[in-house]
Design a protein around this ligand. Sequence first.
Ligand code: 6GU
Length: 291
Amino acid sequence: MGSRPVRLDIITIFPEYLEPLRHALLGKAIERGILQVGVHNLRSWTTDVHQAVDDSPYGGGPGMVMKPEVWGPALADVAARSGAAAAAEDLTSSVSHRASSPSSFIDANSDQGDVDKKQPLLIVPTPAGAPFTQEMAERWSNEDHVVFACGRYEGIDQRVVDDAARTYRVEEVSIGDYVLIGGEVAVLVMAEAMVRLIPGVLGNQASHQEDSFQDGLLEGPSYTKPRVWNDLEVPPVLLSGNHGKVERWRRDQALLRTSARRPDLLNRLRVAGEISARDEKALELGRSPEE
Ligand code: 6GU
């Protein structure tokens, strides 16, 4: 597992928006060969002198719709890792460079063994998509090749998505109930959530076992030294050295926080039978029963 790098390709009319992918966690994964990232300018696939990527919507209405004759070849080339896609510069290190040759792009015809010939995954960020979840991030982190198609304006001609489904497995995804100008920032969010779950990316593999959402509850508060700061004390149970008591207290804190901020999540766990009588006692009291 994790022997071959995960490949991410992003198609956008604003490649500079994806610059943060070079930094911090993702940049490190790229440098360590765990991750390959290709950022592609959609305008490379235009054929007219104005490099137009959008046109007015059939049926009328405000805004512009992104053109199928540009997106179609872009998605075909990126799936095949050919054409203008093969000439795109990869983000292969955390520093800006020109030295990396386009051959750092995996040749689609090269021998990758007979493992996994499945279609690449195409993610289309859109406020009209299904809500992005930790479960999606986990699923995507096990893929070999994930492509993000960033739309702007009022979206992409729907036939692009329908046609892409012949080459890709396609998911239209939203990062929340608000409207962004385009998909670029949503891709940064989704790529980070996904890449941190790739084995070897996080220093501590155990650390995402306890993440918020990994067990369906929000994570409770954390504390470090000093024990007293600005007259505020660290909860004494954390200094008790009693691992069982600490774990019980942490679960109670997670339950109370989830009840206050995300009652929907708590009710989902109740329905799944994952909230015990002891859990309900803490929720009823608003604290750990032994406090
Ligand atoms: Cl994925 N894209 C855009 N443009 N707006 C959004 C979104 C995505 N998710 C929430 N709002």
